[in-house]
Design a protein around this ligand. Sequence first.
Ligand code: FAD
Length: 452
Amino acid sequence: MNTITEPILNELKSLVGPTNVLTDPQQLYRRSQDHYWFSPVLKPQMDGKVAEVQVSPGSTDELLAVIALAVRHRIPLTPRGAGTGNYGQGVPMHGGILLNHSRLNQILELTPEAVRVQTGTKLIDIERQARMVGTELRFYPSTLMTATAGGFLAGGSGGIGSVTWGTLWDEGNVLGVTVATIEETPQVLTIQDPEAMKGVVHNCGLTCFILDLTLALAPAQPWAQFVVAFDTLETALRCGETLAYDETLPKRLVTVLEWPIPGFFRQLTKPGIAPEGKSLLLLELVTEPAELAERVAAQHGQVTWHSPHEKYHKGGLMLSDFTWNHTTMWVMKADPNYTYLQDSFLPDRVFEQLQLRKARYGDDLLAHIEFMKFRGQLGPQGLSIVRFHSKEQLWELMAYCESIGQVIANPHTHRLDEDVRWNGQPILDAKARWDPYKLLNPGHLRVLEENQ
Ligand SMILES: Cc1cc2nc3c(=O)[nH]c(=O)nc-3n(C[C@H](O)[C@H](O)[C@H](O)COP(=O)(O)OP(=O)(O)OC[C@H]3O[C@@H](n4cnc5c(N)ncnc54)[C@H](O)[C@@H]3O)c2cc1C
């Protein structure tokens, strides 16, 4: 569908300045993609979907004017951050305008308790500024260096820090948002009520345009990084559990990786940080190295690398670059025949669940576990690595995992209402209220497609 005529293009240029309107086909193609290529099922569905123009407003007024223009002409609008989403949820399915928020990137207010930022502010910039005043983000995705605050709120869930603080859905982490509605005269709404917030958090750009957000912060800690190697997955997991559930131990990251996953990280194998055949724990903790070495030795682990807190986020190796969905990325870059799952384990059955899976799928299904809190409960959250054979095999495998008590948030669909974590009615209500013409990011809700 071609919706952008010459007069509309000229109007867009006069609203935001010609240099902030992108029409070059190659660049547009690149900007229209996200990381859907993590899924061999999504890839053929998303390839070739491209916006007709990318517009990057430099102020809220400009942004509101672009929304008003789009609504007047009934042009689809797809919000765009850094494009690190990995379900194709930021891919414009019906052309139209890619509304890029990268120029709306100011930190508006920073106190020891909270930070209010414009949507396009990079998470790393927030973390760095916060640390200068003795605070830090409660949690962030492993895409810290590139992802934007608004993109994380709309497209993400949790990450480094979630072992202590939980996720975006957990009350107290997101304190408020300002959003714009998608109407001829867009309304600017301030939302603080947790119920109304359900229409915004992880909305995948479907209900409103996020203008700014307020995130609760945590006191900054002197995080040290550690890699610990084990002969077996079971011993690594057992030790990871002990550390994760130790309430006296400050922790930001407890990641368990079954061998051969660490073998895909050249940056870790070459210097011997990830020894051949060993399953690993990747950790961010506040503890003395000697104390940790003694503790893990008692559980058959050996520290293979340590970086003191003085070097934290100051260049050099960042372990979080090998955790959360960065794990998947490195594996797939090394061998594109793999893909991944989002699969929670039951805390009291995780060892049994892993054994059952291993007996059935062998090394076609490898354990990558992140300890994280969700709704106050700490547990082992899987981002398992899967050798891909076919969509049917993948669906059978997910069904089997569910049959043994795992919860699967299927990352092989771009439709929000096919993800078990979706906030059903609040998202639909917000969509109806704030985007009455269904122009925002169309094509990513099955229920709307079926009703058309
Ligand atoms: C290697 C890798 C590792 C990752 N690790 C994690 C992780 O640890 N934890 C995690 O939760 N996620 C993770 N992700 C997913 C992704 O990085 C996060 O969701 C990220 O925060 C998205 O930010 P972004 O700026 O790239 O947003 P984008 O990808 O640009 O957008 C994400 C979604 O938000 C919508 N959106 C963007 N801006 C707005 C706005 N202003 N208003 C309304 N909607 C908007 C978009 O339309 C899209 O649907 C990972 C992805 C990759 C590729």
